[in-house]
Ligand binder design. Structure first.
Ligand SMILES: *Cc1c(COP(=O)(O)O)cnc(C)c1O
Length: 433
């Protein structure tokens, strides 16, 4: 299997090269040259996720140096449960796919751990520098997945004042080979800095830069696998065998991963991309034209994205992006959904997951009732305790992993959103290492 750039100006590369490069040299994103098709009858429900994932992803690794390592990589990355729970009881046709039982309490743990497991097997002598921009959750997951590894060091850029107190703690608590950098700007500024760093061949080579954002295919592959796994599990629960999915979307990595899983043969029905008040995707869906906008801050901060980088990949899917709708849920509706679902059913959503739950409520009754729907529950509500607790009127228990983070010391660097400052910081960090 070979991988090509969405912009068509890069010679095809192997999977290892695509992971190592992060972004294609022409500025585009890597896509598989052809979408592999699975025979759905070979993928029954009830299989453990790690084994399922390795089989689902095998075509992407075909002919790559990492092919022989795929089972081990999946065994390393998929070590925590992904329950499909019935938040409103078995009789109501909504399931929550709880993706937050990993070490940093968000689905980003899958991608970060999978990617780092790949880097461990690719790095060679000198460590890679994993440069990541985060709107809140990626950075913590990448830091946690990178800390203590010899193959990589992590440099994580996050927007000042835009992440929750717990998220900041989780970004800044790793130390050792992980550096947290607070940028005076928003997430799109952080993302632009990362892209600019990759676009500088000298800087990129000197630091062996690579990306751990969802622009890197290695972040998305494990998501393709768990989306497919969840689809088979949900399909086996009844309905018409093609469950619908509601995906809280920001940078559109998750949404793309689900659409790719569907294009490969996973039993996925209609897909709702649910966004916060950042309306780039809604405008695209309504007008057919894509125009990036400045991002605005919302309660679901990991989705505060005005220029979703994976849009390019979704567009490249062509027909694969059929049966997709967009639902916009503003802060007031997020608050209402968290409070109402707790009061009526005792289930606690994080602000991102509440967007998916609200999008389900807004489906027209026939569409809602004709099939089972799966809402991606993308983060543990404890990560957003200062938002959620006042709405539900009680304290949220952290998982043991999240509680442990509260005890770690923190440290950060600070820069303006300017390339020379990032370059200087990278040099200085390398001398220190
Ligand atoms: C990153 C994130 C999202 C958005 O996912 P994308 O792949 O960027 O669309 C949603 N919810 C949470 C909790 C996240 O951390």
């Amino acid at each position: 299997m070979r991988f090509v750039s969405t912009r068509g100006d890069t010679a095809p590369v192997s999977l290892s090269q695509a992971l190592r490069l992060g972004v294609a040299p022409d500025g585009g994103l890597f896509m598989p040259e052809a979408i592999p098709l699975h025979e759905p009858s070979k993928f029954a429900a009830g299989r453990p996720l790690a084994a399922f994932a390795a089989d689902w992803l095998r075509p992407f690794f075909d002919g790559d140096p990492l092919a022989g390592e795929l089972d081990a990589i999946c065994a390393e990355a998929f070590t925590f449960p992904v329950p499909l729970v019935a938040p409103f009881g078995d009789d109501v046709g909504l399931r929550a796919l709880e993706l937050f039982h990993g070490p940093t309490g968000a689905f980003k743990d899958f991608g970060a751990r999978f990617l780092m497991a790949c880097f461990d097997r690719l790095a060679g002598e000198e460590p890679l520098t994993v440069l990541a921009a985060t709107s809140g959750d990626t950075g913590g997951a990448v830091g946690c997945a990178a800390v203590g590894r010899r193959s990589s060091r992590g440099v994580i850029l996050y927007p000042r004042g835009r992440v929750s107190p717990f998220q900041e703690r989780q970004l800044t608590c790793w130390g050792a080979n992980v550096t947290a950098v607070e940028v005076d700007g928003d997430f799109d500024d952080c993302q632009a800095l990362v892209k600019a760093a990759f676009a500088d061949p000298q800087l990129s080579a000197a630091h062996r830069l690579t990306s751990a954002n969802s622009i890197n295919l290695g972040r998305l592959l494990p998501q393709v696998a768990y989306c497919a796994h969840a689809a088979f599990e949900a399909a086996a629960l009844g309905g018409d065998g093609r469950p619908g999915f509601l995906i809280p979307s920001g940078n559109l990595g998750h949404g793309f991963a689900l659409l790719l899983a569907r294009a490969m043969g996973a039993p996925v029905g209609p897909v709702v991309l649910a966004t916060n008040a950042n309306r780039t995707l809604l405008d695209w869906h309504q007008s057919g034209r894509y125009a990036a906008r400045p991002s605005i801050a919302t309660l679901a901060n990991a989705m505060d994205v005005g220029a979703p980088s994976n849009f390019e990949r979704v567009a490249a899917l062509g027909d694969g992006a059929a049966e997709v709708t967009v639902e916009l849920v503003d802060d007031e509706a997020i608050r209402h959904r968290i409070a109402a679902d707790y009061r009526e059913n005792g289930y606690v959503w994080c602000p991102h997951s509440a967007i998916a739950a609200e999008a389900w409520r807004r489906l027209a009754a026939p569409a809602r009732d004709e099939r089972l729907w799966v809402a991606a529950a993308t983060a543990h509500p404890f990560k957003f305790a200062e938002i959620v607790e006042p709405l539900i009127g009680r304290e949220i228990e952290p998982s043991p992993a999240l509680a442990a983070i509260d005890d770690r010391p923190t440290a950060k660097q600070q820069i303006a959103a300017r390339m020379p400052e990032l370059a200087a910081l990278l040099d200085q960090q390398r001398v220190a290492a």
